[in-house]
Write a protein that binds this ligand. Structure first.
Ligand code: FEO
Ligand code: CA
Ligand code: CA
Ligand code: CA
Length: 595
């Protein structure tokens, strides 16, 4: 009889409406739920951190002890003896806003002041914070805590895997090619079954400049990634104060100066949150690109895949298959599992099948005559290697999520306004001038994470419903209409499954753009993978994106991030400067979120 019973509906909450008010400055959740600011930029992390100054006059040494800016991907790591009430949150700090300083980002005689640059570097990276449920059942931060830690763009990290000590990683400031300072632009993330955090390095190319146009043009490791090729680096002009970020070759210096420094970013950074003295390791076997995430699929036999998007227009979806297997009984054996394995890139064929193409030196044209002298060149220039093997250019692959039971894999393709121009339309990326994005899903052959073949389909096209009218009464253009069953949204970005198989979708679009007016402020939605119903669960303040999502293991507490709000938040007083913030979501009756 049970076989024929209706499954319990996955979406058990009342959806919330879009929020189109220009002054919407809070977080809205369904009736029966509560959302509270939990951890904002500037909050104390280390015990000796000064109290955050609302005029942003904290210096770089204070910032090194406080929460960084632009909270993004995060993960909850439970303590084994009290998993549902005690854990560590590891939280990425992707980049910095001008509000980091009292008067924005300044120049003096064409140079950034070193004190500002150091504060910006200190506000990047990762926070690890201890959290615990108190006797009344409320989640609190634990202060002080031996686990609380700030990792920044200044933290020494080891280079692991095939590139460790390689000539491509050597610089004047690190002739060993084995130690790099810091991690940059940590956007999405991942975790391992052995309890480590994976921070991923996304738009690192905007932190560097190579002003030698001829060298830049022929240096694939710069040119193919969009490292700046003149003037100042795109984001913060750090190179005007910190020569490490000037990647112009300098033949007078050993190893060409800092020309290889960009090669030391774009990786997966493995961090042990339970050992605050441990050194983070950049795992180079994963390959180098604008790394969104590294999301685990664990097979019953301990074999693994880690999926990654490369978030740029027309870039690719990858997976890394470690050579070894996860062994729960032998933690020591898992320590360096991520240093050896095979990197693959995806081809999505029009008939709904797909292939994983190995990026291995000597195979598929990845040979010296094509610029790949060894596996090191393949990994450092993974994009060029993927071009060579015929991967499918996608509409900006962002996050990836793996269904907890079926291992079906979902990817957000956030948007691509150049589709139909720079890249042709295809079955997986079917709309020209794609402003709203889509979610695609696939099943590996036989459910095996390490398979080389899969079947895929589009899960939904985001956008407005067919027949929708714009505020002037004109029909919305066909390429802006989607296939959503339920509440509308644009630009899916963050993506994760909870333990019951609810698919949580987070958005990142410019809520001031005219094509987004029907969408209102950025959102968190929940989808049922079977019925494809989508329901809006949360709306954030004006100007923010909603990103980062994790739960306590009982799924009765959920944390999400409000990133770069435009209005005063979390103060919502119209005065205090806006702060990126981790928000705790709970149910008044203590139930499972979303159920
Ligand atoms: Fe930092 Fe692709 O999002
Ligand atoms: Ca993102
Ligand atoms: Ca995004
Ligand atoms: Ca972002």
């Amino acid at each position: 009889r049970e076989l024929f019973a209706q499954p319990a509906p996955l979406l058990g909450f009342a959806g919330v409406p879009v929020q189109t008010a220009a002054d919407f400055d809070r977080v809205l959740v369904p009736p029966g739920y509560r959302a509270q600011a939990f951890f904002s930029w500037g909050d104390a992390v280390l015990a000796d951190a000064p109290v955050w100054r609302s005029d942003a006059s904290d210096d770089w040494q204070a910032q090194l002890r406080q929460a960084g800016d632009n909270h993004d991907g995060m993960h909850f790591f439970p303590f084994a003896d009290a998993p549902h009430s005690h854990g560590l949150l590891a939280i990425n700090h992707e980049y910095v806003n001008p509000t980091l300083h009292p008067d924005g980002m300044t120049f003096e005689d064409g140079r950034r002041p070193l004190a500002e640059v150091k504060k910006e570097q200190a506000a990047h990276g990762v926070s690890v914070i201890e959290v615990r449920k108190d006797a009344a059942g409320h989640w609190q931060r634990v202060m002080p805590s031996r686990y609380n830690r700030r990792i920044s763009a200044l933290t020494p990290m080891a280079i692991g895997g095939p590139l460790a000590g390689h000539a491509l990683m050597k610089t004047a400031s690190d002739p060993s090619g084995r130690e790099v300072l810091g991690t940059l632009n940590n956007c999405a993330n991942g975790f391992t079954p052995w309890g480590t955090y994976l921070a991923c390095e996304e738009n690192w190319h905007h932190y560097f400049v190579n002003r030698d146009a001829a060298d830049h043009g022929q240096r694939v490791a710069h040119q193919r990634y969009g490292v700046g090729n003149g003037g100042r680096s795109k984001y913060y002009a750090w190179e005007t104060a910190d020569p490490r970020f000037d990647a112009t070759p300098d033949p007078r210096q050993p190893h060409g100066g800092q020309v290889n420094e960009p090669n030391r970013f774009g990786w997966v950074v493995e961090i042990d949150p339970f050992d605050p003295a441990s050194q983070p390791v950049k795992r180079t076997a994963f390959g180098r690109f604008s790394r969104e995430c590294a999301v685990l699929s664990l097979g019953a036999d301990g074999r693994m895949a880690f999926y990654s998007g490369d978030d740029a227009k027309g870039e690719y979806v990858y997976k890394f298959v470690p050579a070894g297997r996860f062994d729960a009984d032998n933690p020591q054996a898992n320590r360096d599992l991520l240093d050896e394995g095979t990197l693959y890139v995806a081809r999505f064929d029009a008939d709904g099948t797909g292939r994983w193409l190995a990026l291995l030196h000597g195979q598929n044209g990845l040979t010296a005559e094509h610029g790949f002298a060894s596996q090191a060149e393949v990994l450092v220039n993974a994009r060029a290697a993927a071009d060579r093997v015929g991967a499918t250019p996608m509409d900006r692959p962002e996050w990836i999520a793996v269904h907890p039971q079926s291992r079906e894999v979902y990817v957000t393709l956030t948007n691509n306004d150049e589709r139909g121009e720079t890249q042709p339309l295809d079955a997986a990326n079917p709309r020209p001038h794609n402003l709203h994005g889509q979610i695609l899903r696939w099943n590996e052959k036989d459910g095996d994470p390490t398979a080389s073949e899969f079947r895929w389909e589009l899960f939904l096209l985001a956008g407005e419903p067919p027949g929708a009218k714009d505020p002037d009464g004109q029909a919305v253009a066909e390429h802006l209409t989607g296939s959503i069953r339920g509440d509308i949204f644009s630009s899916p970005d963050g993506l994760a499954f909870d333990g019951a198989g609810r698919l949580w979708i987070q958005t990142d679009y410019d809520d001031a753009e005219s094509a987004m007016q029907a969408m209102g402020c950025n959102q968190l939605l929940c989808a049922d993978p079977l019925s494809r119903e989508v329901r809006r669960f949360l709306v954030g303040p004006r100007g923010c994106e909603i990103t980062g999502i994790t739960w306590s293991p009982d799924y009765r507490a959920m944390w999400i991030n409000v990133q770069h709000p435009a209005l005063s938040y979390p103060a919502s007083d119209g005065q205090t400067r806006a702060r990126s913030t981790t928000v705790l979501v709970t149910r008044d009756d203590g139930g499972v979120i979303g159920a």
